[in-house]
Design a protein around this ligand. Structure first.
Ligand code: GLY
Ligand code: MN
Ligand code: MN
Length: 484
């Protein structure tokens, strides 16, 4: 990577930020003058609005109606340092992207109260100034980080007025009247609002947006289906390279899935869990640095995030050599049965907890049947004794965040009722730790999870990830076909 040149007293009224200097010769007056001109006008005049512009407008209208008379501030967030002068890939805050469709770093949506609602403005970094050298001398100049949309282009794309974000903090600091902000994304904006906001009132704003996202609209369901479809292709990619993973490590699986995510989507929606052998019993195994061995299982839990930031969350537990052993199949089929029971409990009007209870009951029955815990099943379920091996909840809302709507109130989510348009995972599992002395030795080190993404429909549900085989025999046939 190249370091940036050091400007010498660049002309213009905007200060030039320098992240590094001293490694390059100073910029002569002649060069500075030369760089100001000779550039074509590249303004894009034929931009069409983003496809979800109507939906984002509706979401802002809902937000406006909930908080009349208050200024609402929703930042996209800033780059985060990885080390020295390198940063992590930017990912806009879910709240900002949900309400605008934009994903620009440092962007801020502001809803300004009016007599009959709010005026929304999108504050963005404009095109780089060429007069003062910013575009090539500033680390955030377009010559370094790429072209941005002009404010006029932003208005065409997002369907709301755009303004220069560099003026926002000053304006907010001077503003009067009630304000709420989504916290945790933009320290500069928060600093400008320090005396005007309270944590409790800000949290109400965050909760409202989280609950807005519980029911997905048609655009969102379409995006989730795209995320799932790409994810399925990523799983196929992995099966095709299992021999290479055996020759290297779980990292080969991680890298293979990541390639699909980056080529077809924005990124992975969460750290891929590529857990071979006993690593499958670690719920969030993301180190992915272990061996991949024939005869063992691979638990792959991964999801592609689309360009609009919707993620899939899918798990399959695959026999690395293509065929389950008798015990692996017995455990896999039990988890499958539990997942079937869970999926059957997903329908409008059902309690959110119902699918969890249905899956847990099946798993408890199996554990009793196998003699791993003493019955009766009712007692096991009542005391939660199966949880030594089932460990986690059976699913969660899915959307722009893998654990979506995470700050929704308990009564709206965990203690709530399912509605058409909700999308959730159903993901029971059984995990026998390698050091669990309470189970026969042959069980130890086996972990199985099956996870699908389920849309609640008017009359039941639709499995968005149904195209990926789920039964043990279908998984084997699918693997045999892919491995050729
Ligand atoms: N991938 C994390 C989860 O399944 O919730
Ligand atoms: Mn999940
Ligand atoms: Mn998962």
């Amino acid at each position: 990577m190249t370091e940036q040149p050091a400007p010498e007293n660049p002309e213009g009224d905007e200060p030039i930020k320098q992240r590094k200097n001293g490694l390059y010769p100073a910029v002569s007056d002649e060069l500075a003058e030369n760089m100001k001109s000779g550039w074509a006008d590249t303004e894009l005049h034929d931009l069409r609005p983003i496809p979800q512009a109507q939906e984002t407008a509706r979401r802002r209208a809902e937000l406006s109606a909930r908080f009349p008379g208050e200024r609402l501030v929703i930042p996209a967030g800033n780059l985060k340092t990885r080390s020295n002068d390198t940063e992590y890939a930017f990912r806009a805050s879910t709240e900002y992207a949900y309400l605008t469709g934009d994903q620009t770093q440092d962007g801020v949506l502001v809803l300004e109260p009016t007599a009959d609602g709010h005026d929304a403005t999108l504050y963005l970094l404009p095109r780089s100034n060429r007069e003062n050298g910013e575009f090539w001398l500033d680390g955030m100049g377009e010559l370094w980080v790429g072209r941005r949309y002009s404010l006029t282009e932003g208005e065409r794309l997002y369907g709301l007025p755009c303004a220069d974000v560099r003026e926002l903090a000053g304006a907010l600091a001077k503003a009067t009247g009630p304000v709420r902000a989504v916290r945790g994304h933009d320290a500069g904006i928060e600093a400008a609002l320090t005396d005007k906001v309270t944590a409790e009132r800000d949290e109400e704003l965050r909760i409202f947006i989280s609950e807005q996202r519980l029911v997905k609209d048609a655009f969102e369901v379409g995006e989730l289906q795209k995320a799932v479809d790409s994810t399925i292709r990523g799983f196929e990619d992995v099966v095709k390279v299992l021999d290479k993973a055996e020759a290297t490590s779980e990292r080969y699986i991680e890298g293979t899935f990541f390639l699909r995510a980056r080529v077809e989507g924005n990124d992975i929606g969460y750290g891929s869990i590529c857990a071979a052998g006993p690593h499958a019993t670690t719920l969030h195994w993301v180190r992915n640095d272990g061996p991949v061995r024939s005869g063992e299982l691979l638990l792959l839990d991964a999801g592609v995030e689309t360009h609009t930031l919707y993620t899939a969350d899918v798990t399959r537990t695959l026999p690395i050599n293509g065929t389950y052993t008798e015990l692996q199949r017995k455990i896999y089929d039990a988890v499958y049965e539990a997942q079937e029971a869970g999926i059957a409990a997903v329908k409008p009007g059902a309690k959110f907890r119902d699918f969890h209870d249905a899956s847990q009951r099946v798993l408890a029955e199996k554990l009793v049947e196998w003699g791993l815990v003493e019955g009766p099943v009712e007692r096991v379920v009542e005391l939660g004794l199966q949880r030594r091996w089932t460990l986690h909840g059976t699913g969660h809302m899915l959307g722009m965040d893998v654990h979506d709507c995470a700050v929704a109130r308990t009564e709206a989510y965990v203690d709530g009722v399912l509605e058409p348009g909700m999308v959730l995972t159903v993901e029971p599992g059984l995990y026998f730790q390698a050091d669990d002395l309470t189970v026969p030795e042959e069980y130890r080190g086996i972990g199985v999870r099956i996870e699908d993404d389920i849309l609640v429909t008017e009359d039941g549900n639709r499995n968005l990830s149904a195209a990926l085989p789920r039964t043990s025999s279908d998984v084997e046939a699918w693997m045999a076909r892919l491995k050729g």
